[in-house]
Ligand binder design. Structure first.
Ligand code: ADE
Length: 418
């Protein structure tokens, strides 16, 4: 049986866009049968009245249940048995449950099985509440009241267009490329989509990221996943609750990921007035692929990676051994000791739990190695980092100065016992 959608509204013309684009084509190709009905066809008075004043008083008008009952009985034919598959009465309302991609998938499932969705578009202050109550009591009708967002429209028609478009594009055969449904925002992995680019490669001075033109499909997939996680963290951090950060030891094959991440995050710990040239020079000289390859081979070092939804978002590097700086060596109260030498998390992920997960795993590894204490240097002006380290049990031990590019900088040295 063909999937069927009925829309009932006092403004049927509002739904004319259902003839256009993908939904229009799906109708023409017989993938879905959509009918739009004028609610006033089921009125019985001379004025074709659909509403009345609310019981209990208050502003506005409420749509009458008797008119809606006639219309929905005709459209849904409840209990008539003409349509054995699922039937859904969908009522767009700002008081409904938030409409999501998961609900769109459920509704597409009902339609794909030859079911029916009847959309009741209310106007004014909505439809008399007995209407949903009555149809919800029907065993073969599922009532869903949905809101398309936390704002108020003049009626349900625009919301009906939104819901129908979101559902119909999921029906088998409607989209040419089924993979595009999987990869898009709010797809199976619950992330927002990565940014996309096409020709030309340079437009108004803006370049398409080099990696997308590299032809290296593995690195492109990693890059897209990282950008998707970053965008989700920035715009919709609530969606990341489903993706808690995990930490693992870095492996030999991670040198490239580490060097990329180090280059992208180095600036986060730099003093605010440091020049781009000095930062770039430091990255070029000290955060190279070769360096990280060497670090990964060094048995006195341990490098940990934090991942969120399969994207690497942060890393730490710790070193077991005597501090090189004699002043620090003299100040550190326990022997042997370890240095937490690098601790970086992508800026967008700073409140994702990745940093705490990395810190916990770093300290746990130091304990496993039998190290009684761990120290670190943090830029004196980096209040956010210092607060984080204090929260994780570090206290100030002293200071040190060092050079980045052409500048002398001063660090706080912090320490904690394990
Ligand atoms: N009708 C009026 N406002 C609405 C909204 N935000 N969502 C769904 N239906 C509505």
């Amino acid at each position: 049986m063909t999937a069927r959608i009925d829309v009932v509204s006092i403004f049927p013309d509002y739904l004319a866009p259902l003839d256009l684009s993908l939904v229009g084509k799906a109708r023409q190709r017989g993938l879905v049968d959509i009918a739009v009905h004028d609610l006033r066809a089921w009125t019985s008075d001379r004025h074709r009245t659909v509403d009345d004043t609310p019981f209990g008083g208050g502003a506005g008008m409420v749509m009458r249940p008797d008119v809606w009952g006639q219309a929905l009985d005709a459209v849904l034919d409840p209990g008539g048995g003409a349509r054995p598959s699922g039937r859904v009465l969908l009522v767009p309302t700002p008081a409904g449950e938030p409409f999501t991609q998961r609900i769109a998938e459920e509704l597409a499932g009902v339609l794909a099985d030859g079911g029916q969705i009847a959309v009741a578009c209310g106007r004014y202050e909505g439809i008399d509440s007995r209407v949903t109550e009555h149809y919800a009591a029907h065993q073969d009708v599922q009532v869903r009241e949905v809101s398309i967002g936390d704002y108020v429209l003049n009626g349900g028609e625009v919301a009906a267009l939104v819901v129908i478009e979101a559902v119909v594009r999921l029906l088998p055969g409607v989209l040419g490329n089924a993979a595009s449904v999987v990869e898009e925002s709010h797809g199976a992995d619950g992330l927002l989509e990565h940014p996309s680019y096409t020709q030309p490669p340079v437009w108004r001075g803006l370049e398409v990221p080099e990696i997308l033109r590299s032809g290296d499909h593995g690195r492109i997939a990693d890059w897209r996943r990282e950008r998707a996680v970053e965008r989700t963290a920035r715009v919709r951090p609530d969606l990341l609750a489903a993706h808690p950060a995990t930490v693992r030891a870095a492996r030999k094959g991670d040198a490239e990921v580490l060097a990329d991440l180090a280059a992208a995050t180095f600036r986060l710990a730099c003093p605010p007035d440091m020049s781009e040239e000095d930062m770039a020079a430091y990255v070029r000289e000290h955060l190279t692929l070769e360096r990280f390859r060497g670090y990964l081979r060094d048995k006195h070092r341990w490098l940990l990676l934090a991942e969120v939804a399969g994207a690497v978002v942060g890393y730490t590097m710790s070193i077991a051994g005597e501090p090189v700086d004699p002043e620090i060596a003299a100040a550190v109260p326990t022997r042997p000791t370890a240095e937490l030498s690098k601790f970086y998390v992508r800026a967008a992920l700073h409140r994702s739990g990745a940093a705490s997960a990395l810190m916990d795993a770093t300290l746990a590894t130091a304990r496993e190695r039998g190290l009684p204490g761990i120290w670190l240097g943090v830029h004196g002006q980096n209040e956010r980092a210092k607060r984080f380290y204090r929260k994780h049990g570090f206290a100030r031990l002293g200071g040190r100065t060092f050079t980045v590019g052409s500048r002398r900088e001063s660090d706080d040295v912090m320490y904690r016992t394990l």
